[in-house]
Design a protein around this ligand. Sequence first.
Ligand code: IMP
Ligand code: MG
Length: 172
Amino acid sequence: MEVLLSRDEIADAVGRIGQQISQDFTGESVVLIGVLKGACLFLADLARQIELDATFDFIAVRSYGTKKQTAGEVQLIKDVITPLRDMNVVLVEDILDTGLTLTFLRKHLLAHQPRAFKIAALLDKPSRRMVAVQADYVGFQIPDKFVVGYGLDYAERYRNLPDICVLQNLAE
Ligand code: IMP
Ligand code: MG
């Protein structure tokens, strides 16, 4: 598979995002909320680059569609446990694609009335956006290619690849 982003490039970007978050919330605490399962590796590495009092939680959604594409319907399958009212929340996601997932999660989490709400997305495919949503912290903007590795899957496989690779010759 063709490597799009090497483990070293990923580590640099994660370090940079960790510094930004540490600066933006200096002297405060943050709750990192990882979107299962894709964001697990990113959250694990990002958390170690954040020099703040931090806690973790996880949320899971299911989106209907083909293996490669979100169809539009997003359903919550696991909610957070942490009370988020008046907390600084950073939602940690692997990739921002159509924007449907993060639009759903932003609305869901803002209903908990956090003090601050930020989105960290390792990857962003701006050309695919169907609804307007932006991440506050982005690792890389990438072209419209289907990628796997570093948490990202195709039919649950390849999440354990250390680099982010382009999966080719995929039928829809
Ligand atoms: P969105 O709702 O379309 O923004 O999609 C976000 C979700 O789609 C991500 O959390 C991924 O699970 C999945 N996704 C989108 N693009 C890719 C990709 O290139 N590789 C793997 N998963 C992807
Ligand atoms: Mg995912």
